[in-house]
Design a protein around this ligand. Structure first.
Ligand SMILES: [Zn+2]
Ligand SMILES: [Zn+2]
Length: 511
């Protein structure tokens, strides 16, 4: 089984989804008792067709190498042999962070050692059949079967093949390096293999599936449209290679980031190497596995982190206690996704059962004091205080802090009011603050979290106050802004006395 990636920019979330999908297939095949080989084909000879936005500060260094093979573009950071080498290293370490451990295959090496030779010869020998096949499937005849690098200007995208002949086991190619495509105008004969070359994508794909003996391959569903590369690949296997047993080419949906499709060359906003710093990798894996393979979905870093984290906690509890979801099918899906997401099976029961949103509130109330937050949580959730739990808590705390400080939407962020801003306070009637004060003075001690929120709703209703205004009065008093985290969590974290003090201070504005 395998998947493909071109190192044309930093590995992005969409790529990671592909790798994560293959990880699940690998796991399931292993569970079935087979020994799958999970290959990541790295297309390092693709033309460097644009400077990725993340590399724009090196534009002058990189632009002379546009349309050169990616493995011949220099590494602007000078820590690797090439641009491709630099982003490949980054990609592999990112994948490892998410427990995705493919066997990377560098495709230029396979070209160099001749793995593709018999295929290019076959395509040339069967060129009439290839013309017919490509026309039937794509609606237009494929003229060139490969890209070849110009020996003069090193561009791999500009040369046009004028003539190809097989002579004494060598393939001689007459090329014209097109000026229109930023080539140099070179015209002459070269032997295939003397410079970098690469089969056109659809042909290359079928060829490598054949020589690696690929049985399953996952790719984005754009490859699966009618006349797309999946159709082409399968037709080549069948009609050109004469195979009856075809690989299973599955398609997966897209993961968009805040509504945008990630792209290696355009950059994707949040670098994928950032994700494990703010979200437990198992949670990220769960996010992917709980969606249907072919469906598209969006992940918004600013807003979705608490939601996904709490879904994962819920799935864990369903797994441990066997209850929480009544619908049988959705329960099975949740459990499967959870099981697949686990990196360390021994850690199933080692977790801090607090919701991330609640933790974020506590942390901010305690001004990121790690120990105070920890003490509060072990008390509130009756957790056994030991070094393992503290360790797990610390990881959770640090990731949440990283998210809050760097990526969280403003809605999740707050600081406790130090000074009361009467201008904001007076946007609501004094009567509302008075009612709020009384409500919190009478707040029963046995209520926690959302029970407190519910209690406040009830009081607002009884006093004919719009609930939004009632909560707004709380946020204005405590946070000097009109919105904030869940009211119950906020009051509980801050404590009744301090909440009352802040409301009293706000009420002074009306004196
Ligand atoms: Zn480097
Ligand atoms: Zn040229």
């Amino acid at each position: 089984m395998c998947t493909v990636w071109a190192p044309s920019g930093y590995y992005h979330l969409g790529n990671l989804k592909e790798g994560v999908t293959c990880r699940a297939i690998e796991r399931e095949l292993t569970n079935l008792g087979t020994k799958p080989r999970f290959i990541l084909n790295i297309d390092d000879q693709d033309p460097f067709d644009r400077i990725p936005s993340d590399f724009m500060e090196y534009e002058s260094k990189l632009s002379p190498y546009l349309e050169h093979p990616l493995n011949e573009v220099p590494d602007p950071f000078e820590c690797h042999d090439s641009f491709a080498g630099h982003v490949i290293d980054d990609a592999l370490s990112t994948m490892h962070n998410f427990d995705v451990k493919p066997e990377p295959t560098i495709m230029s090496e396979y070209y160099k050692k001749g793995s593709y030779d018999k295929y290019v010869k076959l395509f040339i020998e069967k060129k009439e059949e290839m013309y017919q096949l490509t026309e039937e499937i794509t609606g237009s005849k494929m003229e060139d079967f490969f890209m070849i690098q110009c020996p003069e200007c090193k561009n791999i995208a500009a040369p046009k093949t004028l003539n190809t002949e097989i002579d004494n086991n060598k393939i001689k190619v007459e090329i014209q390096c097109s000026l229109e495509d930023n080539g140099c105008g070179f015209h002459g004969n070269i032997v295939l293999g003397d410079t970098a070359w690469k089969l056109k994508w659809r042909l290359d794909w079928a060829a490598r599936q054949d020589f690696f003996g690929v049985t399953v391959e996952s790719s984005g569903k754009d490859h699966g449209v009618a006349g797309g590369s999946i159709d082409s690949s399968l037709a080549i296997h069948e009609r050109i290679f004469g195979k009856t047993k075809l690989p299973l080419l599955i398609q997966h949906g897209f993961l968009t980031v805040g509504g945008r499709k990630a792209s290696g060359s355009e950059g994707s906003g949040v670098p994928v190497s950032e994700y494990h710093k703010m979200l437990d990798p198992e949670i990220f894996l769960y996010l992917i596995y709980r969606h249907n393979l072919r469906s598209d979905f969006d992940f918004n870093v600013e807003n979705d982190v608490p939601k996904v984290a709490s879904e994962f906690t819920k799935a864990r509890e369903v797994y441990i206690y066997g209850e929480g979801i009544d619908h049988q099918k959705s329960k099975e899906k949740t459990l499967k996704a959870f099981e697949l997401a686990l990196i360390d099976k021994n850690s199933i029961k080692n977790y801090v059962p607090i919701e991330l949103g609640h933790l974020a509130t506590l942390m901010q109330v305690f001004m990121f004091d790690q120990d105070k937050t920890y003490q509060k949580i072990i008390k509130q959730y009756s957790i056994e205080d030991n070094s393992l739990m503290k360790d797990i808590f610390n990881q959770y705390f640090n990731r949440t802090k990283y998210w809050l400080k760097n990526y969280a939407d403003d809605n999740f962020k707050f600081t406790i009011s130090e000074e009361i801003n009467c201008e904001i306070v007076k946007q609501l009637e004094g009567e509302i603050y008075k009612n709020l004060l009384t409500a919190i003075q009478k707040l029963p001690d046995n209520l926690h979290g959302d029970e407190i929120t519910q209690y406040l709703y009830q009081i607002a209703k009884e006093n004919d106050i719009k609930a939004t205004n009632f909560f707004r009065a709380l946020y204005i008093s405590v946070l000097s802004k009109k919105y904030g985290p869940r009211a119950g969590t906020l009051i509980e974290s801050l404590g009744k006395e301090e909440t009352l003090d802040l409301i009293k201070k706000a009420m002074e504005c009306f004196e």
